[in-house]
Write a protein that binds this ligand. Structure first.
Ligand SMILES: *Cc1c(COP(=O)(O)O)cnc(C)c1O
Length: 843
């Protein structure tokens, strides 16, 4: 990473550092170095210094944490539990320092001790316990819940290995294990006393108890222990701290001594290996469900441990479970924790003797579910046989839920077998399978989509029939991002400028960003704004030079597409446009082409061969374009390896153009789009996901929209996927596809990209060919706008000024009010709440 300095001096602008506090911090860091790390300053490595500083900071957070815990406990406040199989956290050191208001103090203290904070922060591994947007959303939500002082716990799995490390070798993606815990983790507290037993397998027995009630007893075959690890998540200004509680798995007997003594050393720890497999690694799939048994074991493991934990906490304070929904809200992030529906029922009915109907009311009132995808094939399902073998009691519960649920369906739509089949919790079509999306829907009082368009489409597509049965359940909660990480930390220079222009209050209340409106055309302010962007671009140019040995000009237009590599996200559309532009430049090298740098980053699921081929294509095109003397540096292509939160923090502040070009109707929301617009990048995008709401807020004149709309896509797909019609009409597209397909960019293997050319011509499911001309034209429109510097700068400033609504604080406030029913302190001014109607917003 390039050097980052921290001009941001958030808590005490312009004030000298408090000498007493400074001495105390220095003392604390040195004490940690000696007593916790066992080194003295002379011997310490940078890593030792990082750990000592992190531990000194953690001490200060813990005081606030324990106070916050006690206060919410004493007040009997309702708690939120956020269940997510993914948390894409990134680094915590400067994030926590910033929120605690200790960034300047630590920077000075460390400087006095002879180490640079900017060096230490790079020692922290990037915690990547998530694939992409879904996991990053969970991390932003944790930060916002702490900021809004909502008592909350995030529950997930402490994977030994996070998302794989990506290396690009000869243009191909290679995957390596992510050993993020290799040097220990200074943030977490192991809680050896917080252990729950999670059971699998076996059989169930129906008995009649002493009161003559029929009961079901589960006799499991296998037991795994879940051990808690807590990471404190501190909110802005350090007022409130919540825990992220991640579960690690182990066998009840670490070593079978009887087996060991027979000489079978491997067999003696086989049980341990089987248990530990559960938390060994994150499934590296994005958008497509991982259908393996181990995945189902992961899901039940973390759901069961989390529910046992929250039930125990509730019983400790309230003594009974009847009032659970008034004290507990459980949010299911996607279908991965759907088993919470059946597990809570099992706890209530089997373990606490609740009558079925009452248990069901409690369950539905406690749970709510966030949907992240519209594709029916992307909703998780599990074969009934697998379910029965692993979780026999849960399958039994699902059947019973289904009886009442289907009775309701029959009452609403008598004799409609299709309706009944569509809402059933069991899919009978392709072998019998349990449908996790339907289960989560039926067991929740609220089901939310993640952008206005996505929530509307949910009602019309995946959950059309369930919406008919339960019409008040679906609600929308458009995603957001935490401005602390994605503005203050990632872009300290812009933050500094915003503090001067909008006042200090902008740090607490993003609606203050609107004060930029009046400065958007101010020449002097524009220059300051451009100078910030230029600085950030120099840093990114340096990184590209170091990593790829490619020289890029910071004055060029930085065109950025960073996200998981997926066909629906259409990196392919972007690289074909790159090829077409390259050919146009070669045709007329004397023209005054706008210099552009195409920057890509993203990982492809290891099993997703086509996505990996697209990465290779980007790198092959880069090789040719970057080294063509005719182009003379006016077009460069850079694929940066190993996209993660830390890399995003460097790229985003340097972006001029944000590529949000998914096939309309396929991106649920996106949050990368929000991060980039907040940092002043103009968006080129389709009317998809939250792009639509971004347009409504920034104004149609400050965003470049192109391409087919969701309805057009549906209609065209019905007509077939052949794209020869559009290719015939577009010589530019035809020529680009021919060049790719015939091996112009892969002379070492001319047939390498034949499959891509074939798909573009005859199987254009993602509308890459169909949208090409519209996209190419929109890009040339961007070229034209870029050349009018004051107008471009104005649009860029207005993007920043109008993004306040996309703060995850706003999103979390909406969840708190409409779904969780928990009070939020200090609701911010109305200005931050609503889109800017005065600018002609359409909603
Ligand atoms: C924000 C973010 C994402 C999500 O990006 P989209 O463009 O919304 O898909 C994925 N990965 C990382 C590291 C992120 O920071």
């Amino acid at each position: 990473m390039p050097d980052q300095s921290f001009p941001g001096n958030f808590p005490v602008l312009g004030q000298p550092v408090d000498e007493l506090a400074l001495a105390e911090i220095k003392g604390a860091i040195l004490a940690k170095l000696r007593l916790a790390i066992g080194k003295d300053a002379g011997m310490a490595t940078r890593h030792d210094w990082y750990k000592a500083a992190a531990l000194a900071l953690r001490d200060r957070i813990v005081h606030h944490w324990l106070t916050a815990e006690k206060q919410s406990y004493d007040a009997g406040r309702k708690r939120v539990y956020y269940l997510s199989l993914e948390f894409l956290i990134g680094r915590l050191f400067t994030d926590a320092l910033n929120n605690m208001g200790l960034l300047p103090l630590f920077e000075t203290a460390l400087g006095d001790l002879g180490v640079a904070l900017s060096d230490l922060r790079k020692c922290e591994p990037d915690a990547a316990l998530g694939n992409g947007g879904l996991g990053r959303l969970a991390a932003c939500f944790m930060e916002s819940m702490a900021t809004l002082a909502i008592p909350a716990i995030g529950y997930g799995i402490r994977y030994d290995f996070g998302l794989f490390r990506q290396i690009i070798a000869q243009g191909w993606q290679q995957e390596y294990p992510d050993e993020w815990l290799g040097f220990g983790n200074p943030w977490e507290f192991q809680r050896p006393e917080v252990v729950y037993h999670v059971h699998f397998g076996g059989n169930i027995e129906r008995i009649t108890d002493a009161n003559g009630r029929e009961r079901v007893v589960w006799h499991p075959a296998e037991t795994v222990q879940a051990v808690a690890y807590d990471t404190p998540i501190v909110g802005w200004r350090g007022q409130h701290v919540n825990a992220l509680r991640l579960w690690s798995a182990r066998a009840p007997d670490p070593l079978r001594l009887d087996v060991f003594n027979t000489g079978d050393y491997l067999g003696a720890s086989a049980e341990q290996a089987r248990a530990e497999a559960i938390c060994k690694f994150l499934y590296p799939n994005d958008e497509s469900p991982a259908g393996r048994e181990l995945r189902l074991r992961q899901e039940y493991f973390f759901v069961s441990a989390s529910l046992q934990d929250l039930v125990q906490r509730h019983l400790a304070s309230d003594g009974q479970l009847r009032g659970l929904p008034s004290k507990v809200a459980v949010q299911l992030n996607d279908t991965h924790p759907s088993l919470a529906v059946t597990e809570l029922m099992r706890i209530l009915v089997d373990l606490h003797n609740f009558r079925w109907e009452e248990a069901w009311k409690i369950t539905v009132a406690t749970l709510s579910y966030t949907n992240h995808t519209l594709l029916p094939e992307a909703l998780e399902t599990w074969p009934v046989e697998l379910f029965e073998r692993l979780l026999p009691r849960h399958l039994d519960i699902i059947y019973r839920i289904n009886v009442a649920h289907l009775a309701l369906a029959d009452a609403r739509c008598p004799d409609d077998v299709d309706f009944r089949a569509s809402v059933s919790l069991i899919d009978e079509k392709s072998g019998r399978r349990v449908r996790m999306g339907q289960l989560a829907f039926v067991g929740s009082h609220r089901v939310n989509g993640v952008s206005a368009m996505h929530s509307d489409l949910m009602k019309e597509t995946v959950f059309h029939d369930l919406h008919y049965l339960y019409p008040d359940r679906i609600t929308n909660k458009t995603n957001g991002i935490t401005f602390r990480r994605w503005l203050m930390l990632a872009n300290p220079r812009l933050t500094e400028l915003l503090r001067e222009a909008c006042g200090e209050a902008v740090l607490d209340d993003p609606s203050q960003l609107s004060r930029l409106e009046s400065r958007a055309s101010d020449n002097a302010f524009q220059q300051q704004f451009r100078s910030v962007k230029h600085h950030n671009k120099i840093a990114l140019a340096r990184l590209i030079g170091e990593r790829l040995n490619v020289r890029v000009d910071p004055a060029a237009l930085f065109d950025v597409q960073i996200k998981r590599i997926h066909e629906y996200k259409r990196q392919l559309l972007n690289i074909i446009e790159t090829v077409a532009l390259y050919q146009a430049i070669r045709d007329e090298p004397q023209r005054d082409w706008v210099p552009r740098v195409k920057i890509f980053a993203g990982k492809a699921a290891a099993s997703y061969r086509y996505a990996k081929l697209i990465i290779k294509l980007i790198n092959d095109v880069a090789e040719v374009v970057n080294n063509d003397p005719v182009v003379a540096g006016r077009l460069k292509v850079a694929f940066l390896a190993d996209y993660n939160v830390s890399l995003a923090e460097v790229i985003i502040p340097a972006a001029d153009l944000s590529e949000q070009i998914s096939t309309a109707g396929m991106e649920a929301s996106g949050t990368g789009n929000m991060k980039l617009a907040l940092n002043g990048a103009l968006t080129i995008g389709t009317l998809d996901g939250a792009n639509i709401e971004i347009r409504d807020h920034v104004g149609a004149e400050n965003i470049a929209i192109f391409g087919m709309e969701a309805m057009d896509v549906v209609v065209r797909r019905k007509q077939g996927l052949d794209a020869t019609d559009v290719i015939r009409r577009s010589p530019r597209l035809s020529r680009a596809i021919n060049a790719i397909g015939s091996g112009e960019f892969s002379p070492d293997d001319p047939g390498r990209f034949e499959s891509i050319a074939h798909a573009l011509r005859y199987l254009d499911h993602y509308m890459v060919s169909a949208d090409f001309d519209s996209y190419y034209e929109a890009q040339r429109g961007i070229d034209a706008r870029w050349q009018v510097v004051p107008a471009w700068t104005r649009a860029s400033i207005l993007n920043v000024a109008r993004m306040a609504w996309f703060s995850s604080d706003r999103t979390i406030r909406e969840y708190a009010e409409d779904i969780w029913d928990v009070p939020v302190r200090g609701t911010s001014p109305a200005a931050a709440q609503e889109p800017a109607a005065q600018r002609g917003a359409t909603r």
